[in-house]
Every structure is written in C-alpha cells, then in structure tokens.
Design a protein around this ligand. Structure first.
Ligand code: IVH
Length: 665
C-alpha cells in the first residue's frame, strides 16, 4: 500500500473509531492506539497536501484561525416549541391532536436537552455546514467549531441517507466537563459559567476552534428535515440516522395513550438526575410525518409538538445561619446554612446566596423559611422567603464588612457584584490560591504540587508566597506526612525545571488580576522584561493593543505594592525568567507593520501556527476572512476556491510561501 492509499485507509478507520467511542460508547482500541493512528494520519497528510480533505478526522483538532462568523439563512426556519409546565395542558394538546387528526396516532416522547440548538447540513454523506439557531431565520455559520465535536459525524456511514438533508439537535456540555471547566476558570480568576447551556453556547461562539476542541462538547440529534427522508415515522427515521453515525438518544418512546405519555414524563422527571447532560423537560411529537403536515404550524411553533418543562425542584426549609467563604481570588461568597432538606435526590444543607445584593433583595432574616431550588445550576440557590411563615422574626442578615479568614476590610470593585478581601498578601485562602495558580500547568507547570500539598506546606510554615517555593529543600519536605523521599525529590526537580519557563508564562503565573494567558503574552511582547513592565506608566500600558484601562490599572497597582516587588526580586535571584531571551529580540521586526494578512491552504515549510507567529512577530496582523482591507493572502497548496474567488474579486494579492519567506529575510 502506498502512502496515499494509507491516508484513505486511516481516515476510514479513524472515523469508525470516533463513532465507536463518542457515539456508541464502545471503543475497540485504546486511547494511545487512537492517538498513534491520528498522528500517523497527520504526518502523512502533511506530506501529501494534495490529499487535503476538509472532513478528514484530523480536522477535529481545530485550527487557530480566527474568523468572524458569517450569517447564513436557514433553508427551513428554526422554530421553537410551545412550552408548558402543566400536565393538564399536555392533556389538552393530546385532545387537540386527536380531534384534528380524527384517526389513530402515535406520540413520540423524548428528552428536551438543555443546550444550544444546531442545524447540520449534509450533502452526499458529508457535513457541509453547521448553523446556530440565531433568530430562527438566519444563524451563524459555526462549521469549523462544530467539526471539533467528536460525536458529530463528518462523513456518514452505512447507506440509505438522502443526498441532501438537514439534521437538528442540541450541542451540550456534559456535567462533568462543565464542572471541570469551571474549576479551571476559577483558578484563573475568570468568570464562571452559570450552567452547562451557557458554557456550550459560549464555547460554540469562540473564535479559536482549537479551544473549542479542548472543551469536549457533545451533541444529541433529534430532528430530520429534507425532501427524501427514509420513511414516514419520526422515531423510525431517527433510528436510521443512528445507523448513519449520528448520536440519537435512546430515551425515545412511542406512546399510544395519554397515560403512557404521563408515565414517561414522571419517570424521567426523577431519572434525568442520573443523565450525563442537562435536560429541562420532555418533548412530545406526533410520530407520523404525514400527520405532522396535516396538523401544520402556528406562526411560531408546530401544532404537532409540545414541550413539557420540568419544575425546577424546590423545597422549603429553615435558614439557620449565613457563613462566608473566601475564594482564591479573595472573592467572598455568602452561604446559607440550612436545616437539611431532601431536594432532587440529594440532601441539601447549604445553598449559595451569591452576593450582598441578593441577600438584600430577599430581605433575609435568621430563622426564615426559605425556598431552595435546583435548576440547571450545580449549586442549589435560595429563590424566595415564605414571609407568611415568619412568626418570630430573627436578626436581619447584614453582609460582613471584614474578611472571615484574616479580618481585613472588604471592598467592592466598581461594576462588580462581589465583595473582595483586600489583603492579598497574607489572607490564607488567597495565598494558597496564588501558589496553586503559580504552579499550574499553563503557568510554571510544577508537577506534584496539588492543592493538598500546598496546604500542607503552608500549614507547616514552609511557604508563605510563591518565592518561598524556591527555598524549599528535599530533606525539609521528605519528612512530612504522606510525602517520602521520591516525591520530595520530584517536587524539588519540578521547581528547578520551572526556572526555564519562558517569561510570558512567568508573567501569567504571577497572578496579576486580569492578566490571563493571552494578556501576559501581549505584555511580554510589548515590554520584553519585568523591569520595563514595572516602569511602565498608565499611558505606556494603554498604548499597547488590547490593553484597556481595567488591565492597565491592575498592573500599576500590582507593581505599586512593595511586597510584590520583593517577591519578584526573590524570584529573579532564584533564576526565574524575568525577560524574553536576547536572541528572541532579533525575530521581532516591523517588516509587516500595518498589514492584515489572511492565511489559507496547506503549507510545506512551516505550520500554519508558525506562519501566524511570524506575522505577529514582524508586526503584522493575522485575520480570518478576506476583505477590502486585507493586505495579502498567504496561500499554500489547495487554497479554498471561495477564498481565491473573493481575493480575486477584491484585488487582494496572493503571496506564496517562498515569496513570503523572502519578504522576511
Ligand atoms: S424538536 C420544530 N426535540 O427545544 C421544533 N427540540 O423550544 C423542532 N430541544 O429549539 C425541535 N430537545 O433547541 C426538539 N428532543 C428535542 C429537543 C428540542 C431540546 C430544544 C431545541 C428547540 C427548543 C424548542
């Protein structure tokens, strides 16, 4: 077999393994073997750009290409469903259908998935476009992002699928992924997602599809559209779709009586708590497509379907006390301590009160009977007070003014709901949080130092700040509980290795408020050393692209603190990188200053990412789509035909790889 044949073989195999793993939950090979095959395909594709295929399994890893989404019209409008919370209204729906049809009918009951809806268009067995709901008439073309979702087939299997069809469904972030993502966001001082639905729709709209790929979205499909569908039954058609490779929920029942429908609803109202993704109701659909056509549509929704929404589960219990937690960032979270109560399958003892405004809005008093709800969110929340039940009124809950951990005064930043502890140098949860962030993978990447170990070192008085890490000695920690010589040596080695971590990551690791990974890179590039950054005025900072007043203020404030400057000095003495390497400086030029450059096609000398970096280092800007303002297109092999046409139409020059490299010589 030659290399090209191998490419086709690998693609077929990898599509199949993807389906086994992500749709059927029945992998035939291990992760390592899968990665191995994927790498083999990536290498071969790089060698054979002529075999480029936009639906190759390698496309699942996403690209770094930024682009603004293009709005496209839906071929069939994306309607919504009539909603109800009452069983009586479900019965009315059933009767209406019965009267209107005046013949036997089946109702297909399925879960209402709580994510973000998507319409996928397939032609000749290949995914050609993915569009969000938008306003129902037109939506955003998010094809590149959707291609990173492993449970969505890029190429269909089996046979019998129509030449052209649409399939709609819900993109979801599984609970587990959602919880992990929020833990990571908390560590980076980024705002948390309220629920998996927001997380899924936020992720789908990200510009960078490689970040989308890392977020592990999932998708269930529930609606086929087209002129040549296999049969008349919605349920049967969806079973066919499953055979073509789509992830179709197996929680689907055809019912022939209202009692059966209610049994389905009642069963899943409880059982849904055990599903890996969020659901918020049950959708009832008349199964026959012919009958669906007979029933037709109102202006907003089909007459052949209805959504029964589950009540967010609610319980009433006594508020015993309000305590306050200090997060790693110093943010204070008020927590309601409740008389334990059964709610949605678990016993709830505590609920979040979010912030001072919420407490004030509820007019909370100690001993109040409060309503607790568990909606799409993970943490139950207090949604109301039963004021009728107040016969002896307790003390009004007043938000604290000092930090419960260190006693420092609290403050509230303009435009933010949370209160913060102002003592970021000696408040214990903040110190530990800062150290955890410092050692994390994307920062200094020091292995073996988890939250527990950091807590242990802190309790033992071995570390009080990030600079103290560099004074640790193996014998000092080897004798601690649960430690041992080997782990001690590993930790010390990890700390030593962190001295080679490049300056931009050190800058991120310092944990300056609002300085995330990308901002740290921008700042490192603009100022090149910690000394230059520390000496920068507000104006200097604002001159830098993408640095706004909020970030600039925060940087000024950081360096104004004597304690922070001391820590930086100690890190520098320990050998931590406090500037970009000199050699690096030669790579920065302004040869491409002011130019907007689009990258397209497959390259042979460097990767797309490398070209992107070269453009940025030489003062240019890499943009996603061609417009009048584009200076030129850096084109490799197989540049997309629509891009080529657009460039020609707008008179944008096309520069090939070799000429581009010459420009930079
Ligand atoms: S069928 C013509 N089935 O609920 C309506 N929708 O308010 C076709 N949804 O936009 C939609 N689970 O995002 C259908 N099993 C399911 C669903 C479902 C969730 C969402 C969908 C739709 C919204 C309707």
């Amino acid at each position: 077999m030659n290399e090209v044949e191998r490419i086709y073989q690998l693609r077929e195999e990898l599509h199949r393994h993807n389906h086994n793993y992500y749709v059927l939950n029945a992998p035939e090979i291990g992760d390592q073997e899968f990665d191995f095959l994927m790498r083999e395909l990536q290498d071969l594709e790089a060698k054979h750009p002529e075999c480029y295929d936009e639906n190759s399994p390698t496309m699942r890893v996403g690209s770094d290409l930024n682009k603004n989404f293009i709005q496209v019209p839906h071929k069939y409008p994306m309607l919504s469903l009539a909603n109800t919370y009452s069983e009586a209204e479900v019965a009315e729906f059933y009767d209406r259908v019965k009267k209107a049809l005046n013949e036997e009918f089946e109702i297909c009951c399925e879960m209402k998935f709580d994510g973000t809806s998507i319409s996928l268009i397939y032609e000749n067995g290949k995914l050609v476009q993915a569009i969000t709901r938008g306003d129902g008439v037109q939506g955003d073309d998010v094809t590149d992002n959707v291609k990173t979702i492993r449970s969505i087939p890029l190429v269909l299997q089996g046979e019998g699928y129509p030449r052209e069809f649409e399939i709609r469904g819900e993109i979801l972030m599984p609970w587990e992924v959602f919880e992990q993502l929020n833990r990571e966001r908390e560590a980076r001082e980024e705002p948390l997602f309220a629920n998996p639905r927001n997380a899924a729709s936020g992720t789908l709209k990200l510009q960078n599809s490689s970040v989308v790929a890392s977020r592990k979205l999932d998708a269930y499909l529930y609606y086929l559209l087209g002129t040549e569908l296999p049969g008349d039954g919605h349920y049967e058609n969806m079973q066919q779709a499953a055979k073509w490779g789509f992830k179709v929920s197996n929680i689907m029942r055809k019912c022939t009586s209202l009692e059966e429908v209610f049994a389905f609803i009642r069963y899943w109202d409880v059982e849904r708590n055990n599903l890996p993704v969020a659901t918020d109701g049950v959708v009832l659909k008349v199964n026959s497509l012919r009958q669906q056509r007979n029933l037709g549509y109102t202006a907003k929704s089909p007459r052949w379907a209805i959504a029964y929404k589950f009540q967010a589960e609610r319980a009433c219990t006594r508020l015993n006390m309000v305590t306050y937690q200090v997060g790693r960032t110093g943010a204070i979270t008020p927590v309601a301590n409740l008389e334990p109560v059964q709610l949605a399958g678990t016993v709830v003892k505590r609920a979040s009160l979010h912030n001072a405004d919420i407490i004030e809005g509820l007019d909370l008093h100690l001993g109040d009977m409060v309503y607790v709800e568990k909606g799409g969110e993970i943490i139950p929340k207090i949604v109301g007070v039963d004021k009728e039940a107040r016969f002896m009124i307790g003390d009004k809950i007043r938000f604290i003014t000092r930090c419960p951990e260190c006693g420092s005064p609290l403050m509230r930043y303009e435009g933010e709901a949370a209160h913060y502890c102002t003592n970021d140098v000696s408040c214990p949860p903040q110190i530990k949080g800062k150290i955890e962030h410092f050692v994390s993978r994307k920062a200094m990447n020091i292995d073996g130092l988890g939250a527990e170990t950091i807590d242990q070192f802190y309790q033992e008085g071995l570390i009080h700040n990030i600079a103290d890490l560099y004074t640790l000695k193996a014998p000092d920690i080897a004798c601690l509980e649960r430690m041992g010589k080997k782990s001690a040596v590993n930790i010390i080695e990890g700390i030593r290795a962190s001295k080679d971590v490049p300056f931009e990551r050190v800058l991120f690791a310092l944990g300056i408020r609002f300085v995330g990974e990308t901002t740290a890179k921008t700042l490192a590039k603009a100022f090149r050393s910690i000394d230059a950054l520390a000496a920068a005025t507000l104006d200097d900072l604002l001159q830098v692209d993408e640095i706004g007043a909020r970030i600039a203020q925060s940087i000024i404030q950081y360096f104004a603190e004597e304690k922070n400057r001391e820590i930086i000095e100690r890190l520098r003495e320990a050998g931590v990188q406090m500037q970009l390497p000199e050699t690096d400086a030669t790579e920065y030029t302004d040869k491409l200053a002011g130019q907007s450059i689009v990258i397209s096609g497959v390259f042979s000398h460097h990767s797309r990412d490398e070209y992107k970096e070269m453009i940025e280092k030489n003062g240019g800007k890499n943009v996603g789509s061609i417009s009048k303002k584009t200076s030129f297109v850096l084109a490799g092999e197989n540049m997309g035909p629509s891009k080529l046409e657009k460039a020609n139409k707008l008179g944008v020059p096309i520069v090939n790889e070799d000429d581009f490299l010459k420009m930079l010589e």
